[in-house]
Design a protein around this ligand. Structure first.
Ligand code: 9Z3
Length: 310
């Protein structure tokens, strides 16, 4: 007889508040909160709008002393690209850190002491650098990192609560691919699971639905956009609308895994429309976010105007 490692899950979804009670907050949270408070105060005083963009995947550990974890496909491209458009930010490092686009490829050795930008790339790099320096100078971008599901959820709760003071001037653009399943710390084994004990069967709990308290309690006056990811085209619109109805926020943007960079569907309370790149636009390296963001800026304008009329 062989023994299997079995980690038990449950069908019951815990309440979001319970999640925060039974998990300890990440070590980096207090520092991040200070940075966010400073950033929000400064731009709130200047009467600016602030957008919270969440982006990338979250990992879920399967051991408390974590050797292994589950991850997902998200590369965080949606969020990074989206951040460029409202303020004409350029991607900064995004264009130079990709594995097929290593920053070293942009450099040349001039002589033994100096390097310079390869003239082939200097035009593009110059425009990126200009915009990057403007953003740095005006301090309009604050980057915060998360890795695990718990890092993400604690950070999301803190940042949204700090941003509450912006009321309708805040937009929440939730593009991160957050795990739907996790193993609560008290159900996780302490040490590295031993392969000598045989195959591994994992059973996981469902992650609480954080969009509910976010929309209802954390930032009820904010303009909230969530993304819905599907792989089956026949489910995309219905599941996106279902999410909008369930949480009662302003927009769900639906996208399919394979075509997410080419087309999305916007679902609002009383409309549904597609944004799509034409073949020519794809050839010209146009990014779908260049269409998504202006559309959202327009809708956010209306949201603010409506609130002012109340
Ligand atoms: C998205 O749908 C994003 O557009 C992608 C972007 C993760 C597909 P990449 O990071 O990909 O550019 O590679 N994000 C939300 C995904 C999600 O998990 N949504 C939840 C769901 O579908 C609802 S909050 O159930």
């Amino acid at each position: 007889m062989t023994m299997s490692n079995i980690l038990e899950g449950t069908n019951e979804i815990i309440n979001p508040d319970t999640y925060f009670q039974i998990n300890s907050q990440p070590r980096t949270l207090p520092d991040n909160e200070i940075k966010v408070k400073e950033f929000v105060n400064k731009h709130d005083n200047a009467g600016r709008r602030i957008v919270l963009i969440t982006s990338g995947g979250t990992t879920v550990p399967i051991e408390n002393n974590t050797v292994r974890f589950l991850d997902n496909f998200s590369a965080g491209t949606r969020g990074a690209t989206s951040a460029e458009y409202p303020f004409y930010l350029q991607p900064f490092s995004r264009h130079y850190t990709h594995s097929t686009n290593c920053f070293l490829d942009y450099m040349e050795l001039k002589d033994d002491d100096n390097i310079e930008v390869n003239p082939k790339y200097s035009q593009k790099m110059k425009s990126v650098l200009k915009k990057y320096q403007k953003v740095k100078q005006e301090d309009t971008l604050l980057l915060l990192n998360f890795v695990t599901l718990s890092d993400y959820l604690f950070l999301l709760r803190s940042v949204t609560q700090i941003m509450t003071c912006l009321k309708e001037r805040a937009m929440y653009y939730l593009a991160a691919a957050v795990s739907d399943f996790f193993i609560p710390s008290q159900k996780m084994v302490q040490h590295k699971i031993q392969s000598a004990e045989g195959g591994l069967t994992l059973s996981m709990d469902q992650v609480p639905k954080f969009l509910k308290p976010l929309v209802t309690n954390w930032v009820p006056e904010g303009f909230i956009v969530s993304f819905k990811l599907e792989t089956d085209p026949s489910l995309l619109v219905s599941k996106s609308r279902q999410a909008l109805t369930k949480y009662g926020h302003q927009i769900v943007i639906g996208n399919l895994l394979t075509t997410r960079k080419l087309e999305v569907v916007f679902i609002t309370k009383d409309s549904e429309f597609n944004l799509k790149l034409s073949e020519q636009e794809v050839k010209d390296d146009v990014e779908i976010e260049s269409k998504i963001i202006p559309e959202l800026v327009k809708k956010h304008d209306e949201w603010i105007k409506n609130a002012e009329m109340k």
